[in-house]
Design a protein around this ligand. Structure first.
Ligand SMILES: O=C(O)CCC(=O)C(=O)O
Ligand SMILES: [Fe+2]
Length: 226
């Protein structure tokens, strides 16, 4: 992975795509494992909470080894970007180099439940704009990996990001993804350079309505939940 390019894209565009982070075989295995309830701590029906339509399951600890490795190995380079962003935005919190040390901080504060998840959408389903905040401790970047193949497995169902800028109208970004592609994006805020210095832009993400088929996504969030 070219972290210099990823950092520059996050700074300039507010998101970065990593093509083919998972192989087609790995994607199919994760999507298939959606049915294996021994892997998950809970299942959420989005409509019941007003989150949209569709469902997701949070993995239980211990995470599947490949997912644990993915979460730990993505964290390090993202922590360097996160620390740079916090400095730019004048936020005091800094992130340790190792994910285990950040997770220890979450757990000590009572955020002990794992947040990696798989989402499942059928035709007509969608995910309302939201922020994945689960307590006081927030790692400012997260990753979503498209497990299904657009065109073959589903149509519609586009990943979208919105930016709410102070005293300005909101901006939307549609992120085209192929199977196995990852999008890295802000959980809550991102820094933007303005004429009077850096300001914080409030970010949300969601998924537009699926027109047809079945779509799965793997979500990697680095803080744990209360
Ligand atoms: O299904 C998607 O692409 C969005 C998933 C999501 O909201 C997340 O990973 O936090
Ligand atoms: Fe989300």
């Amino acid at each position: 992975m070219n972290w210099e390019r990823i950092g520059a894209q996050l700074d300039n565009d507010g998101c970065a795509v990593v093509p083919q982070l998972l192989s087609a075989g790995e994607c199919a295995a994760y999507a298939h494992a959606y049915g294996d309830d021994s892997l998950y701590r809970s299942r959420v029906l989005m409509e019941r909470h007003g989150f949209g339509k569709g469902e997701y399951k949070y993995f239980a600890y211990p995470l599947p080894p490949g997912l644990a490795l993915l979460r730990e190995s993505l964290y390090g380079p993202l922590a360097a970007i996160a620390n740079r962003w916090h400095e730019a935005m004048g936020i005091d919190t800094r992130f340790p180099a190792q994910h285990a040390d950040f997770i220890a901080r979450c757990h000590a504060a009572g955020q002990r439940r794992p947040t990696p998840l798989i989402l499942q959408y059928h035709a007509g389903d969608y995910n309302c704009l939201h922020q994945d905040l689960y307590g006081e401790h927030v790692f400012p970047l997260q990753v979503a990996i498209l497990l299904s193949q657009p065109g073959r497995d589903f149509s519609g169902g586009e990943f979208v990001l919105t930016e709410q800028r102070p005293r300005m109208q909101s901006r939307v970004e549609v992120v085209p993804l192929g199977q196995g592609d990852a999008v890295i994006f802000p959980v809550h805020y991102r820094p933007v350079n303005g004429s009077r210095g850096v300001y914080r832009v409030n970010m949300r993400h969601g998924v537009s309505r699926l027109r047809a088929g079945l779509r799965h996504t793997l979500g990697v969030i680095f803080h744990d939940a209360e």
